[in-house]
Design a binder for this molecule. Structure first.
Ligand code: FE
Length: 343
């Protein structure tokens, strides 16, 4: 496995680049906007193709690199289902898997620092975001933070992982890079409490100043969605209400770009083909399925919220396949428009 811990010294943020091998798909956790050039350079050096950019939660201390990475690499942006970010390509829930080629992380909902905080567990290690830090825990006094929920997330979820599980947090301000669950159980001063009430009391009396970047970072991180308008202005989008009228027409090929787990959870549009977004490049290439399909039919892409499908339309147009469009707003908009769903 390729594993790189990257540091932004301005915000004290750790970002993590993960891939199964050289030449494979990669994902990055908690990228920082100012470091995007560095990440892209490193991925080129390692011959990696970024498929997913993931935030553990909506950050208050730095602007996320999710939007910039998506715009530059057409990767899928991923956050938890509770996020207040306007649009991400894919939302995960507790118990889901965060998958790329050869790597599968377990998604654990760990609210407390914020109400959209998630941790991601991979075999011998766990990415804890700001829920569990090295010898600390994330503050719980803004962004719908909740010390009681955090106690539950830490004691009843994260600390139940094996003691030798490596802990990789989203931040460190002291120079530590990694810890273990067992070490934090024994040595983290915030965890040496007898009960939840004692923890709540401790967390509610920290009296920390707000992060310097908070007034900039939070609003910026809530508006990271792809500008789907730009795709629509070129005539490459159909509104969900109009797309319903296309259903069953022989000249139309509906193509679902979501993953299997999303289809199972949220249902599908009847009659749609399933071609997951990470396969797009191959599918649009010479001999690719979508290239062949595009010669005889009008391809209508859709996904969860319209991001992957908007990027797919752009990629198809660039590949010379011009009879394509997408459903703006994805299956979320389709459902809102009363379109039929197959479970
Ligand atoms: Fe945070």
């Amino acid at each position: 496995m390729i594993f790189r811990q990257l540091f932004d010294s301005v915000s004290g943020t750790y970002s993590y680049l993960i891939a199964s091998r050289r030449g494979a798909e990669a994902l990055i956790i908690d990228p920082v906007l100012e470091k995007v050039d560095r990440y892209i350079q490193l991925m080129n050096d390692l011959d990696l193709r970024l498929v997913k950019a993931v935030d553990t939660h909506l950050h208050a201390d730095h602007v996320t690199g999710l939007g910039a990475l998506r715009d530059r690499t057409r990767c899928i942006t991923v956050m938890g289902e509770n996020t207040k970010a306007d649009v991400v390509s894919m939302r995960l829930a507790d118990g889901d898997k965060l998958d790329i080629e050869g790597v599968s992380l377990n998604v654990i909902y760990t609210p407390g620092h914020t109400d959209d905080s998630y941790s991601f567990a991979l075999d011998d290690r766990v990415f804890t975001g700001d829920t569990l830090l090295i010898r600390g825990t994330g503050r719980t006094d803004f962004q719908n933070g909740d010390a009681r929920a955090q106690y539950d997330s830490i004691f009843n979820r994260l600390l139940k992982l094996p003691n030798d599980t490596l802990v990789y947090p989203a931040h460190d301000y002291k120079g530590d890079t990694v810890s273990t669950i067992g070490e934090e159980k024994r040595c983290n001063p915030r965890l040496q409490v007898k009960c939840v009430d004692e923890y709540v009391e401790l967390m509610n009396n920290l009296k920390l100043p707000n992060p310097k970047m908070m007034d900039v970072a939070v609003p910026a991180n809530m508006r990271i969605g792809l500008a789907q308008d730009a795709v629509a202005q070129r005539g490459w989008a159909v509104l969900a209400g109009d797309a319903v009228e296309l259903l069953g027409r022989p000249e139309i090929a509906l193509v679902d770009l979501r993953e299997k787990s999303e289809r199972e959870r949220h249902g599908t549009i009847p009659g749609a083909l399933h071609e997951p977004y990470p396969k797009l490049r191959d599918n649009l290439g010479t001999g690719g399925l979508l290239r062949a399909l595009g010669t005889s039919r009008r391809i209508v892409f859709y996904c969860a919220y319209g991001e992957r499908s908007a990027m797919a339309v752009q990629a198809a147009q660039e590949a010379g396949i011009t009879s394509v469009c997408h459903i703006q707003g994805g299956i979320a908009a389709w459902k809102a428009a009363g379109g039929p769903i197959e479970q």
